[in-house]
Design a protein around this ligand. Structure first.
Ligand SMILES: Cc1cc2nc3c(=O)[nH]c(=O)nc-3n(C[C@H](O)[C@H](O)[C@H](O)COP(=O)(O)OP(=O)(O)OC[C@H]3O[C@@H](n4cnc5c(N)ncnc54)[C@H](O)[C@@H]3O)c2cc1C
Length: 389
């Protein structure tokens, strides 16, 4: 067995190097941890596909997910500051607010987060979004919401920040299994990771602490945690600068305007497993959505088309905190809100790993994580199905 070019030295190993893996690794490294990161491929990460909205109010989130998202949203300016400081690169954070248009006031009043927005009549809606379709009679403005340029800036800056903070990357490796031992007290603890390198060779990496950040592929390692892929197609158009100033969150389609005038148009939501590629139907749906929302937008030149896989769960909420093995922490299942939730995920993961002793039944941290625990989906004796061999 060929040794990897790093092994055994890291205090914690991050499994997966997409948005969450990078955010978690950076957060840990900033807190003085020595971190190794295992990554199969860079470009398949949903972080490169995301529109980058940090818009819990326009998304109409509720309950514990809204509270977690609002906490993350508040953290974003300082979090972005730390990444920009370490990397020297911008993340494209823009607290631009989001506008949600409605065809009737009844519909607006029924919107879950209506109380957190400013109501707009048709005139005010047109002022906020010049050229918006006449089909919309009113709207809500959520000035708290914003966006990060995940695809072009955040992912690159995060990776640079990790490297500057000493995170050690192992590229082109697929984590195949987690290996555990019984600790004698009826608990299973993580002892090693079985992985396959790019050249097809298998390795065993001793490891007592790891964070699972494998996005839409997470269930391949932890079968009892139902994270499944939801494919999203997107495209972008080049608008005149400032043609659109706020995120426009329509009923079928959203538009996210970057500072340089690029407008990201999203997104389809398809249950097609890991079927790759763009489809005419998906792209046509987005083009029609743009036309119906902002007719002028269909005259802006198209720039780029892409797709990615959201890591979704049955309740569309993430899986966070201690996992089914001692020493394994979960940071996955962020569905369509991973960019929004990256800051708080990095913070909570670091807090979980820093607990001494681990296992913290009655703390505020435990209360925060409870709605997002890995075993909320089924009461099954799930440890048995963590892949071992
Ligand atoms: C079209 C689209 C639009 C979106 N828009 C938004 C938005 O506007 N706002 C928002 O907040 N969120 C948005 N999201 C969601 C966001 O992108 C995701 O929630 C987030 O990227 C998930 O991060 P992750 O690290 O869990 O997964 P990913 O970023 O997908 O990273 C997972 C990584 O793990 C690696 N990996 C997987 N399995 C293994 C293995 N066995 N061994 C080694 N490596 C492995 C993969 O190669 C990949 O690099 C969008 C997503 C899509 C697809």
């Amino acid at each position: 067995m060929t040794p990897l070019h790093w092994s055994q030295q890291q205090q914690v190993v991050v499994l997966g190097g997409g948005l969450m893996g990078l955010a978690v690794a950076h957060g840990l490294a900033r807190h003085g941890w020595s971190v190794g990161l295992l990554r199969r491929a860079q470009r398949d990460a949903a972080g490169f596909a995301a529109a980058g909205m940090a818009a819990p109010h326009a998304e109409g989130l509720s309950g514990a997910l809204l509270a977690l998202s609002q906490r993350s949203l508040q953290m974003i300016p300082a979090w972005v500051g730390s990444i920009e400081e370490d990397s020297g690169l911008p993340c494209g954070w823009l607290p631009c607010g989001a506008v949600m248009p409605f065809i009737s006031q009844v519909q607006r009043q029924a919107f879950p987060t209506a109380a957190t927005g400013h109501p707009l009549d048709r005139t005010a809606l047109e002022t906020e979004v010049p050229g918006i379709s006449p089909a919309f009679t009113c709207g809500l403005l959520f000035p708290q919401d914003g966006q990060l340029d995940s695809r072009r800036q955040l992912m690159v800056a995060l990776e640079r920040a990790c490297r500057q903070r000493g995170v050690v990357f192992e590229e082109g490796v697929t984590v195949e299994r987690l290996r555990w031992e019984d600790d004698g007290g009826g608990h299973r603890r993580l002892v090693a990771i079985a992985l396959r390198s790019r050249d097809g060779e298998r390795h065993r990496l001793s490891c007592g602490q790891a964070v699972l950040c494998c996005g839409a592929w997470s269930q391949q390692l932890i079968p009892q945690v139902p994270v499944t892929p939801i494919k999203g197609q997107m495209f972008s158009v080049q608008a005149p600068r400032h043609a659109l100033r706020r995120v426009l969150f329509g009923p079928e389609t959203y538009l996210v305007p970057r500072q340089d005038g690029l407008v990201v148009v999203g997104a389809t939501s398809e249950q097609v497993g890991f079927t790759p590629g763009l489809t005419p139907m998906g792209q046509n749906r987005l083009e029609r959505g743009l036309r119906e929302l902002l007719p002028e937008g269909s005259r802006w030149p198209p720039m780029e088309r892409w797709y990615g896989f959201r890591p979704s769960t049955p309740d569309q909420q993430p899986v966070l905190g201690p996992g089914p093995l001692q020493g394994l922490v979960m940071a996955t299942g962020h569905h369509r809100n991973g960019v929004l939730l990256a800051a708080v995920t990095a913070e909570l993961t670091q807090a979980v790993l820093s607990q001494d002793p681990p296992g913290f039944p009655n703390t505020p941290l435990a209360a925060t994580l409870h709605p997002f625990r890995w075993n909320r989906f089924a009461p099954a004796p799930a440890q048995d199905s963590v892949r071992q061999h």
